[in-house]
Ligand binder design. Structure first.
Ligand code: KG4
Ligand code: ZN
Length: 352
C-alpha cells in the first residue's frame, strides 16, 4: 500500500483518539514557526524564528531572502519545538503545514520539510490554509469559543468578513476590492519613514497624535460589506509628498492617528453591521492587524454597546505562528478534511 492509502486509515482513526498531538509548520512569509498542539487548543510549544530584522534594511520582505532564511532556521526550530513540548517525534500523531497563501519559495520550505517528516514518521500530513489558521488562533486563546460567529479577518494579505457557521464551514460576506488593510498600514508607515513592519509602528506613533487630517474611504462601498483601502493610502502618500515638496513639517503622529482612526472605524462599523445582518452575537477578529490596539479597543466597545461578545487572540497569536495552524489542522482532521499526499505543493493564493 502506498503512503497516501496507508494514511487514510490512520487519519480516520485519529478522530476517535483521546489525545491528538499535531506538529504544525508555518513558513508563508518571514517567520519560521513550528508548534506542537494537543487536541486543537493546548499549545505545548510554539517556536518562532522571525526574520524581521533581516528584512528591515530592505523596507519589506524580500522573497528570496525569506526562503533562504527559512532553510537555515527550520531544523533548529523543529528541534526546539519538540524539546519545549517535552516530547519526541514518536509522540506526534500528524504533521500540519501551511501550503498557502503566501510567498511560494517560503512556503515550499515548510511544505517540503513537512512532507519528509510525515513520510519518515509514517504519519498523516495535513494541508492548512494560512487564512483559516488565523481564525483558529482564537480557539487557542478562548477555550470555550465555538462557531457560529462572524470573523473580521485582517492581515497583510487579506481584509475580509466571514460568516463562520462551523469549524469547517464558512462563507464570505465581504472582502477588499484592492489593498489588504495590512498592506495600507505598511505603505503609510513607509512614506512616514517608519521601519518594517509598519502596522505596529503606526499603532505606536498614533498614540502621540491627534486626528487632525481628514482622510476618507470610498463612499461607493457604503452599503456593502466590502472594503477599499488603496484610496486612503494614496491620500496619505500624496499629502506627505506635498508637504515635503513645500518644505513643511510633517507631523507623523497626527497623520498616523488620522489614518488609523478612519481605517479602524471602517473595519469596526462593517464588522458590527455583519453581525447584525447575520443575526450573530459573537465577533472574532483574526490576523496581524487584529493586534492593532485602536481596532481592538473600538471593536470591544462597539460589541459591548450592541450586546455582542467580542473575541481576539492574545497578541502573540495574532501575527504568524505555527500554533494556529495546529489548531486549524485538528478541526480539519475531526471532519476528515485536509489529508495531503506527497505531491502536495505550495500555492501563492488560496481562495477564502
Ligand atoms: O497576519 P500577518 O502576521 O501576516 C499575513 O498573513 O499577512 O499580518 C501582518 C500584517 C502586516 O501588514 C503588519 O504591519 C500588520 O499585520 N500588523 C499591524 C499590527 N501588528 C501587525 N497592523 C496594525 N497594527 C498593529 N499593531
Ligand atoms: Zn498571516
Amino acid at each position: 500500500m502506498n503512503y497516501y492509502e496507508r494514511m487514510k486509515g490512520k487519519y480516520n482513526a485519529l478522530k476517535d483518539k483521546e489525545n491528538v498531538i499535531i506538529l504544525a509548520i508555518e513558513s508563508s512569509c518571514d517567520e519560521t514557526s513550528i508548534a506542537v498542539v494537543k487536541n486543537g487548543r493546548e499549545v505545548l510549544s510554539n517556536v518562532i524564528a522571525t526574520q524581521i530584522e533581516i528584512h528591515r534594511r530592505f523596507g519589506g520582505v524580500v522573497p528570496e531572502v525569506a526562503s533562504r532564511n527559512h532553510i537555515t532556521a527550520i531544523s533548529s526550530v523543529y528541534d526546539e519545538a519538540l524539546s519545549q513540548a517535552g516530547i519526541t517525534n514518536k509522540d506526534v500523531d500528524a504533521v500540519a503545514v501551511t501550503y498557502g497563501a503566501g510567498l511560494i519559495g517560503a512556503l515550499l520550505v515548510g511544505v517540503n520539510f513537512a512532507k519528509a517528516l510525515a513520510y519518515s514518521l509514517d504519519i498523516p500530513l495535513i494541508a492548512v490554509s494560512h487564512v483559516y489558521g488565523h481564525i483558529s488562533a482564537n480557539f487557542i486563546s478562548h477555550p470555550a469559543l465555538k462557531p457560529p460567529f462572524v470573523c473580521l479577518m485582517v492581515s497583510g494579505g487579506h481584509s475580509a468578513l466571514l460568516r463562520v457557521d462551523d469549524y469547517n464551514k464558512s462563507s464570505l460576506l465581504g472582502t477588499t476590492i484592492d489593498d489588504a488593510v495590512g498592506e495600507a498600514f505598511d505603505k503609510v508607515a513607509r512614506v512616514l519613514s517608519l521601519p518594517y513592519p509598519g502596522g505596529p509602528e503606526i499603532d505606536k506613533l498614533a498614540k502621540d497624535g491627534k486626528p487632525t487630517y481628514h482622510f476618507t474611504v470610498s463612499n461607493a462601498l457604503k452599503n456593502t460589506l466590502n472594503f477599499s483601502f488603496s484610496g486612503i493610502k494614496t491620500e496619505v502618500v500624496n499629502l506627505v509628498h506635498n508637504l515635503s515638496q513645500k518644505g513643511e513639517q510633517i507631523n507623523g503622529g497626527d497623520i498616523a492617528c488620522s489614518f488609523q482612526e478612519v481605517v479602524t472605524d471602517e473595519l469596526s462599523n462593517k464588522a458590527i453591521k455583519a453581525c447584525k445582518m447575520c443575526e450573530l452575537k459573537k465577533l472574532v477578529v483574526a490576523g496581524g492587524v487584529g493586534a492593532n490596539s485602536r481596532l481592538r479597543e473600538k471593536l470591544g466597545q462597539m460589541c459591548k454597546d450592541n450586546n455582542i461578545e467580542f473575541f481576539s487572540p492574545v497578541l502573540k497569536f495574532c501575527t504568524d505562528n505555527g500554533a494556529m495552524i495546529g489548531s486549524r489542522a485538528y478541526y480539519m482532521m475531526k471532519d476528515g478534511l485536509g489529508l495531503a499526499n506527497l505531491d502536495l505543493t505550495a500555492k501563492a493564493n488560496v481562495s477564502l
